[in-house]
Each structure stands twice: as C-alpha cells, then as structure tokens.
Write a protein that binds this ligand. Sequence first.
Ligand code: C2E
Ligand code: CA
Ligand code: CA
Ligand code: CA
Length: 280
Amino acid sequence: TNDSRLFAFQFYSDLDRLKLMREKDMENRMQDALNAGEFVVYLQPKLSLKDDTISGAEALVRWQDPERGLIPPDEFIPFFEKNRFIVEVDLYVFDQVCSLLRRWLDEGITPVPISVNMSRAHLAKTDFLDAYEAIRKAYGVPPELLEIELTETLVFTNPEALFQVIDQIHRRGYRCSMDDFGSGYSSLNLLKDLRMDTLKLDRAFFTSQNADNPRERDVVTSVIDLAEKLSMSTVAEGVETPAQTAFLKEARCDMVQGYVFSRPVPIPDFEALAFGAADS
Ligand code: C2E
Ligand code: CA
Ligand code: CA
Ligand code: CA
C-alpha cells in the first residue's frame, strides 16, 4: 500500500541522515585520530597447511576510539575510500608493519611476511609506490617480507593500469596478492594476464556448512589447481571449520586464514601465537 511505501521511504531517509551525521563526525575527527594513534593494526595469522605452522599474517586496521571503543573497518573504510583518507591510513598501517618487522629482525626473531591491503585510491597517483618505498627504506626492511593485497574490482575499472601496478610492485621486490578472488565478477581469464604471486580465495567459496557439497569442492579444487599451474600460491580466507581445513589440505591449498585457527588479534597476541612469547 501507499502507507507502507511512505513508511519505507521515511525509514531509509532517516538511515541516510544518520549515515551522513556519522560521516561528518568521522570527517571531523579522522586526522586527529590518526595523529593520536587511534588506528591500530591487528594481525591475522595465515597457517601453512604443509606443516601447520604460521607462515604469514595479514594486517587489518581497527579504529580504537576512546569514546566508542573498537570500530571495525567496515564502518569507516568505505567512507575513507570516498574521501581518500584511506591513502593515509594505508600508509600508516604500512609504517606500523615495517616498524614491527624491524623490531623482530632486531630481536633475532625469524619474521613471517606480512601483507597489507592497498586501496585503489592510491592508484590515482602514478608514483604512489614511492611513499611506500620511503617508509620501507627508513626501517631497512627487506621487501620480500612485504606483500600488497589488491582487489580484483580494480580490473574492471582499468585493467591496463593494474598490469602496470603489479609490475611496479614486483620491480620493488614486494610480493603481490589478489584479494577476494571469487567474491564478485571474478574471471578465470584474468588470472592468465595478472602476474600475482598469491591468490586469496574469498570466503564466498566456502558457503556450505558441512564442507561436503561436491560441486563446491570441485570448484575450489579446480581453482587451486589452476593457481598452482600459474605458479601462484593459494590462501583460503574465512575458513571457519576443521572440516573445511581438512578439505583444503586435500585440495592442496597452501594456506588458510580464518577463525578456525585465529581471529585478527593485537600484535602481542600474534607474537605469542607465532613465536611462543608474549612480548610487550
Ligand atoms: P579483507 O581484506 O578481505 O580481510 C579479511 C576480513 O575477513 C577481515 O575483516 C577478517 O577479520 C575477516 N575474517 C577472517 N577470517 C574470517 C572467518 O573465518 N570468518 C569470517 N566471517 N570473517 C573472517 P575485517 O578485519 O573486518 O576487515 C574488513 C575489510 O576491511 C578487509 O577485508 C579489507 O577490505 C578492509 N581493510 C581492513 N584493514 C584495511 C587497511 O588497512 N587498508 C585497507 N585499504 N582496507 C582494509
Ligand atoms: Ca585483504
Ligand atoms: Ca579478502
Ligand atoms: Ca602451491
């Protein structure tokens, strides 16, 4: 009826107003928050299925707001992508990661490589990698310990630009991974042209609860085989059950990243998990 449509309209417009207010508020506070160290890097381990050891980590940012508590990235990153503040947040995360790798090296700990997410907003500048390089060099961290995660959505806006981005990343010695593969309009055809080192299988691949949906298993196995043929390593994301892990091992997936092993955790907790020593 007209009444319910009117109601729906008001409902959404209230939500929109609320969203605008939140965004205005974030806009006002974001720079101070960055300066005050309110953005915090969490690490989620990547478990190697060959030997069940932690062989890497992904850096994931949170906003530790003194008043509102821990804000998850889904609540601020989409907005920061719009206003491009994400560029500064990504560089801050990268700085924190380089600083951590430096400390591990100084303490004689054998570091694991860490991946960072790079928003497409960076690509507006052709020399965007210079900012990353300046940070890496300041800490003297070998580039092989750093991996840059790019999402496949980039491809649809400008595939040619993406080839160049990957090439630049490689020329600096960083590794490069395709994030969220299979979440959207993934094309297998893409894989032949994109020289990624790692393929991250989105958790959309693992929708069935019991992990024994035969069609799902066939698709996952085929993608892993294809990645192998193209010399890409594979990371399954969002793995939540031991049954999924067992299947992925059978399918010869290289690594799993998911709640089944660990959520993203603060750095000292990660160190306890990975190196067996809670450090301060
Ligand atoms: P993403 O890059 O795909 O990161 C993986 C997300 O999956 C993380 O969410 C992680 O906590 C979640 N996850 C991991 N294992 C599981 C699981 O077993 N089950 C489920 N349901 N989820 C799992 P998070 O940390 O909330 O981050 C969300 C997104 O925000 C990230 O998705 C990434 O796109 C973005 N993001 C996070 N940190 C950064 C950053 O520093 N820079 C940029 N540009 N984006 C970031
Ligand atoms: Ca990612
Ligand atoms: Ca992902
Ligand atoms: Ca492999």
